[in-house]
Design a protein around this ligand. Structure first.
Ligand code: GMT
Length: 382
C-alpha cells in the first residue's frame, strides 16, 4: 500500500505513535510518507525507510503566522498527484483530519486516484481543544467525514461519540497504542536506590507538582523505616519550575533528579521500580505502556483510558484523582518493598506483551486500510 501519515512533531504522544506506526508499516514493505512541520519524535534517530516531508511554508506579511498546515496540504496533494497514495492517515483530529479531508476533496475534483482518509483520535483533540466551542464544529466534521475513525482507547471512543453525537456511519474503532517489545524491554538491573520515574511534557494535565508533593509524603512514610528513595523526572514544560519550587520547599531536592528533555529510553525506564503517571486526563498513557514493557510497575490515576492499560493491583495501582494520601501510601509501599514492585513490573511486561504488541496492533491498522481500499468505504467489522 502507499500510505501518507500526518502528525504533530510533538514531544511524546500522538507524534510518537504516528512515527512508530510509519516505521513499522515501512518495515512491512509499504511505501510510507510522513508529513509534518518538523521532524517528529523517534524519526530523527531512525534509519527506517520512511520518506519524511517537512513542510513549513513561507512567511508572508499578510499572514498572522506562517500557515504550516497549508504547506503540508500542498505537499501531500503534490505527492498524491505524482505517486498516488491509497490512504492518508491523520493523527490528532485538528488540524490533520481537516487537512486530509481537504486533500481528498481536491483529489476528487481533479479526478486523481481515490484516497481514503483515516483519522486517529488521541485524546485532547476530543476532550480539550476539539471540544472548545471555537473548534467543535470542525472536530465534528472530521469525525463524520473521515472514511474511518479510530480511537486509542474504548474510553476515548465513548467520549468522542458522546461529545460529538457519533453520526459517523462506521462507528469509532478502537485500535490501542502499541509498544516495540524488543526495543522496550527489561534491559538492565534495577537502580541501587528505590526509584520512581515520571516522563512527560510537564503540562498542567500531567500534575508534576502534585507528584512531587506526593513523593515528599511518601518519603516521610519511608523515612520512618529508614528506607531511601529517589524521584527521576524526565521532560520539560510549563510546570517544571513549580515542580522544582515544591521540591525545594519540601526539602527533598537531593531526592529529586530533573533530567530535562529526552526520549523515554528503555535505559531510563527499566532501572526504575515505579512509573508515576498522576494525570488529570489520559486517553491512553503511552509513556506508562513503554515503562510496563520495560518491566516497571505503574502508579497512575483512575482516569480516561488508563484502566484499559494498567490492571489495578496487578501491573500497578490506580488511585482516585485527588487521593494524594492514597497515592503517597502506594508509592511508599512499592518503593519500600522492591521485590513486590519487581513482581508487578513483570506482570506489567506480560500485559504489554499480550495486549499491546507492536506487530499485532500494526496489523489492525493494515487490515483497516486494506478493507477501505478494497471495499470502497464499507466499515471494517460490519
Ligand atoms: O496530551 C496531549 O494532549 C498530547 C497527546 C498527543 O497527541 O501527544 O497525548 C494523547 O495521546 C497519546 C497518544 O495516543 C496518549 O498516550 C495520551 O494519553 C494522550 N494524552 C491525553 O489524553 C492527555
Amino acid at each position: 500500500m502507499r500510505i501518507g501519515i500526518l502528525c504533530h512533531p510533538t514531544y511524546g504522544g500522538s507524534g510518537v505513535v504516528a512515527s512508530e506506526l510509519a516505521l513499522s508499516l515501512a518495515g512491512n514493505g509499504h511505501s510510507v510518507h510522513l508529513f509534518s512541520h518538523d521532524v517528529p519524535p523517534r524519526l530523527g534517530r531512525s534509519p527506517g525507510p520512511v520518506e519524511l516531508h517537512v513542510a513549513q511554508g513561507s512567511p508572508y506579511p499578510l499572514f498572522h503566522s506562517t500557515p504550516h498546515d497549508l504547506a503540508i496540504m500542498s505537499r501531500v496533494l503534490d505527492l498524491h498527484r505524482i505517486d498516488g497514495l491509497d490512504v492518508l492517515h491523520a493523527h490528532y483530529a485538528l488540524p490533520h483530519a481537516i487537512s486530509a479531508l481537504l486533500v481528498r476533496a481536491a483529489a476528487r475534483e481533479a479526478r486523481l486516484k481515490p484516497l481514503k482518509v483515516v483519522t486517529t483520535l488521541h485524546g485532547t483533540d476530543i476532550t480539550v481543544v476539539g471540544n472548545d466551542p471555537s473548534y467543535a464544529p470542525l472536530t465534528q466534521y472530521a469525525i463524520t467525514a473521515s472514511d474511518a475513525v479510530t480511537a486509542v482507547s474504548q474510553d476515548l471512543a465513548d467520549r468522542s461519540a458522546d461529545n460529538f453525537d457519533d453520526a459517523h456511519r462506521c462507528g469509532i474503532k478502537v485500535i490501542p497504542n502499541f509498544v516495540d517489545l524488543e526495543e522496550f524491554s527489561p534491559c538492565c538491573d534495577k537502580a541501587p536506590v528505590a526509584t520512581a520515574i515520571h516522563v512527560s511534557n510537564f503540562r498542567p494535565v500531567k500534575r508534576v507538582p502534585w507528584l512531587v508533593e506526593a513523593f515528599a509524603d511518601a518519603l516521610d512514610i519511608l523515612h520512618e523505616s529508614g528506607a531511601e528513595a529517589e524521584l527521576v523526572l524526565v521532560g520539560d514544560g510549563p510546570q517544571q519550575a513549580e515542580a522544582r519550587r515544591i521540591a525545594r520547599e519540601r526539602g527533598i531536592c537531593q531526592h529529586v533528579k530533573f533530567l530535562g528533555m529526552r526520549d523515554a529510553l528503555p535505559e531510563v525506564l527499566a532501572p526504575a521500580d515505579v512509573f508515576c503517571l498522576p494525570s488529570r486526563e489520559e486517553s491512553f498513557g503511552l509513556s506508562a505502556l513503554e515503562a510496563m514493557a520495560c518491566g516497571t510497575a505503574v502508579l497512575g490515576t483512575r482516569v480516561g483510558g488508563l484502566p484499559e492499560v494498567v490492571e489495578d493491583g496487578v501491573s500497578g495501582f490506580l488511585v482516585e484523582l485527588n487521593d494524594r494520601e492514597g497515592y503517597a501510601r502506594h508509592l511508599a509501599a512499592l518503593l519500600g518493598d522492591r521485590d513486590r514492585a519487581k513482581r508487578m513490573g513483570l506482570a506489567a511486561r506480560d500485559r504489554a506483551a499480550t495486549r499491546f504488541d507492536r506487530n499485532h496492533v500494526v496489523r489492525s491498522y493494515e487490515d483497516l486500510y486494506q478493507a477501505l481500499i478494497e471495499e470502497d468505504a464499507p466499515c471494517p467489522g460490519e
